[in-house]
Every structure is written in structure tokens, then in C-alpha cells.
Design a protein around this ligand. Structure first.
Ligand code: URA
Length: 438
């Protein structure tokens, strides 16, 4: 086989065979296909798209390019996983993983770091003193087996083909292709080995997918890939026009997650966590969605979810005193609250602006090696549809540097739009897609 033939075939809009895709991905991973040919191929895929069977074959080839984890063997039964396409204030895994584990369904999850305006679960967990996210495979396996809960970094050799292709996509303007995004995300999920996968596909200002049509296309494509690869799938398309919950920023989000596990979380975030937990429990065959939601709500009410979170922190070397007293988490030195100047209805709270403000404060990274400040962030006090009065708090900024605080304030200046007329609240969930192998 020759790389040029495969590039030309895709360039001309033909369908690639499984053998061709396998060969291309394998040779590229081994360094036998240079970056310039892989880049040309990516651009051909970007322009011509792919058929369902090509996307599945590409995903499977990337999943096979490195280590493949036998997750059911590790957890001793049906294994569930979740993935969020990323957003602002999305600390869902911190609550959902312990809730599901507390309901008796083990969760051994590999998560990522934040990049750009979206935060990453690993960075959030590292706000807790001593918490280790870099675990050896043996330790990951032991915690999965013995505790039924582990949240750690992705093994370095998981889907290496995706890692290398993603680096090329980043610099060749080929990131924003639905087949390439779907295969990239799903290659890592398939290699991570769960039987059932919940996808939380965000849509809106602060999301990767700006509109519902694209979000639905991406979600459906990922569900199709999972089903064709023999996995049980559920995908929620959820709102990311405004931040999820109130807190955006690493330690602030951990604090909000702990408050939620204590039954004192923001209503929208608590409901989102219960819904995600219910879908994961249903995938694991526990019960109907409604009964699964009740089970998750019970784990929240009794504190069983919080106890599971505390156990995870302890087993991964974290300081449980910070879980018991979240005021001990990193705190910023400067705290400033912006208040409303008028009576109005909130028409928009732009999640992207809030995400950028967190970046301005130093709470995120623009490149993978940037350091992060765990203490800084933004609390959003209002939601679309709220009626506000003068002096009512809109945002509270937590900063460690006056110049950074100033630039975050500038970024937030236009984040809120007002209306004199009542505004409807935003829906939390726009669509739900379900799929299982025949
Ligand atoms: N996340 C991924 O893992 N891959 C993409 O292509 C986009 C988002």
C-alpha cells in the first residue's frame, strides 16, 4: 500500500477500506508516514468527510494503536465511563463518579487536563493537597478492584495515534471536523475499555459545538461508533451557553462539588449530576432511568456519595481535612464582587467570557505546560431568566494579582446582557440519544 494512493482516494471523495485505514494509522503511529502526508490526509478527510463505516474503522484503528484496557476485568463486572466535551464550570465528574460508585457500580475513570477556556478534572483534583492523579497501571487497577472508585490521568500509551494526529490537526486547521472529533474522543473511550459510556455533549457559547445541529451530529456519530464497537451508549446534549453551577476555577469548583455532595449545591448543577449518574446506573443495567435517578438522589441525601469522594481522596494521597472543611482549599488573596446597577432580567451570561476571565486570572492554561493557579476563579451568581435588582451580586472574582484581576474584570464587562422584558430560563438538556448493539 502507498500513502499517496490513500490520500488521493480520500481527496477524490472515495470510501477508504478498513485495511487501508488500518495500514495508514499503523504506519503513521510507527513513524513510517511523515507528518506532511498525514496532514494532507487529514485535510482530505476534513473536506470530504467520512462514511459511518470509515469513521468506525478509523476510531478502532486509533484505539488499537496503543494499550487497550480490559476495564470489566479490573472492576470485576460491567464497567461504565463518562465523557464531557468540556465547558465552563463543568465539575460534573467530581460528583457523579462518587455518586455512581456509592450506588455499587464501580467507576475507574481516566480524565484529562484543561486546555483553553475549559477546565480539566485532573487540575481540579490537584487543588486538594497531595492528591495524586498520576498512578501506575497497577495502582489504578488495585483501586478499581478494592475501592470501586479511581479518578486518574490517562495512561500515556492510550490511543497514541490520536495524540499524534491531534497535534497535527491543531496546526493544520483540521480540528473542527465532526468525523475527526468523534473518532478522536471515541478512540480514547474505546481503549479505556468501558462497556457503557455516557457522553455529555455541550452546546452553546462556552462549548466546542456552538449550535444544536452540530452538537446533535457529533453526539449521534459518537453513539454510532460506540454501538458499532459493541458498547452501550447514551448521549446528553446539554446547555453550555451559561456556566454550569456557579463556580468556575479549580479549587472553587472542588468546593462547589463538595457542597453538592453535602446536598448544598446549585440547583442546576445538582440536577445535572443526578441525571448523569442516573444514565450511568441505567447503562449498568441497574434499573429504569427514574429508579436510577432516585438511587443517585438517595446516595446524595444519605452522604454515601460524599463518603465515597472522601475515600477516593484518601486513597489517592489527598488531604481529607480539605474535604471535611473546604475552606482549607487554596484561597485567593483578592476577592471582588461585581453588582447589578439596574433592575432587569438576565438575557445572557456568556460562559465563554467567564471561561476567559478564569484564564485571565491564571486559573487555566493556553499551552499544555502552562502552570495553573488553583485558587483563582469566578463565581457567577445569576442565571438566564433571573430578575435582578440594583446591588445584587453578579460575579465574585477570586484573584491573586491586581493586574490579572483588572483584565478579568474587563473580560466580564460584556458577559451579561439584560432585558427589560421577562426572559425564559435556558433548557438544561436539549436532547438525549441512546444506543446499544443489536
Ligand atoms: N477532544 C478530543 O479528545 N478530540 C478532539 O478532536 C476534540 C476534543
Amino acid at each position: 500500500m502507498r500513502a499517496t494512493d490513500i490520500i488521493a482516494k480520500k481527496r477524490d471523495g472515495q470510501t477508504l477500506q478498513a485495511l487501508e485505514i488500518d495500514w495508514f494509522i499503523q504506519e503513521f503511529t510507527q513513524g513510517n508516514i511523515p507528518d506532511y502526508q498525514a496532514s494532507a490526509w487529514l485535510m482530505a478527510v476534513f473536506s470530504q468527510g467520512m462514511r459511518r463505516e470509515e469513521i468506525v474503522n478509523l476510531t478502532l484503528a486509533m484505539a488499537r494503536s496503543g494499550e487497550q484496557i480490559d476495564l470489566p476485568a479490573l472492576v470485576g463486572g460491567y464497567a461504565v465511563d463518562k465523557h464531557s466535551s468540556g465547558g465552563v464550570g463543568d465539575k460534573t465528574s467530581l460528583v457523579v463518579v462518587p455518586l455512581v460508585a456509592a450506588c455499587g457500580v464501580p467507576v475507574a475513570k481516566m480524565s484529562g487536563r484543561g486546555l483553553g477556556h475549559t477546565g480539566g478534572t485532573l487540575d481540579k483534583l490537584e487543588s486538594i493537597r497531595g492528591f495524586r492523579v498520576e498512578l501506575s497501571f497497577d495502582e489504578f487497577a488495585r483501586l478499581a478492584r478494592e475501592a470501586g472508585i479511581v479518578l486518574a490521568g490517562q495512561s500515556a500509551n492510550l490511543a497514541p495515534a490520536d495524540k499524534a494526529l491531534y497535534a497535527l490537526r491543531d496546526v493544520t486547521a483540521t480540528v473542527n471536523s465532526v468525523p475527526l472529533i468523534a473518532s478522536s474522543i471515541m478512540s480514547k473511550k474505546l481503549a479505556a475499555g468501558a462497556n457503557g459510556i455516557l457522553l455529555d455533549v455541550k452546546v452553546g457559547h462556552g462549548a466546542f459545538m456552538p449550535n444544536l445541529e452540530q452538537a446533535r451530529e457529533l453526539a449521534q456519530m459518537m453513539v454510532n461508533i460506540g454501538v458499532d464497537a459493541g458498547r452501550d451508549m447514551a448521549a446528553l446534549i446539554t446547555d453550555m451557553n451559561q456556566p454550569l453551577g456557579a463556580a468556575a476555577g479549580l479549587a472553587l469548583e472542588v468546593q462547589e462539588a463538595i457542597a453538592t455532595l453535602n446536598g448544598r449545591g446549585p440547583a442546576d448543577f445538582t440536577e445535572h449530576c443526578l441525571l448523569c449518574a442516573a444514565h450511568m446506573l441505567r447503562l449498568a443495567g441497574r434499573s429504569s432511568l427514574e429508579a436510577a435517578r432516585q438511587q443517585a438522589a438517595e446516595a446524595l441525601r444519605t452522604g454515601a456519595g460524599l463518603a465515597k469522594f472522601r475515600q477516593m481522596v484518601e486513597l489517592q494521597g489527598g488531604d481529607v481535612a480539605q474535604v471535611d472543611d473546604p475552606d482549607r482549599l487554596p484561597r485567593a488573596s483578592l476577592v471582588q464582587t461585581l453588582v447589578a446597577k439596574q433592575t432587569a432580567y438576565i438575557a445572557q451570561v456568556n460562559a465563554l467570557s467567564v471561561g476567559y476571565a478564569v484564564l485571565d486570572l491564571g486559573g487555566g492554561r493556553l499551552t499544555k505546560s502552562d502552570p495553573v493557579d488553583h485558587a483563582v476563579g469566578v463565581i457567577t451568581h445569576v442565571k438566564v431568566g433571573d430578575r435582578i435588582a440594583p446591588d445584587q451580586p453578579l460575579f465574585t472574582l477570586h484573584a491573586n494579582d491586581p493586574a490579572r484581576l483588572k483584565s478579568a474584570l474587563d473580560t466580564l464587562a460584556d458577559a451579561i446582557r439584560y432585558s427589560a422584558e421577562p426572559v425564559a430560563a435556558l433548557p438544561a438538556v436539549y436532547d438525549t440519544l441512546i444506543g446499544s448493539p443489536a
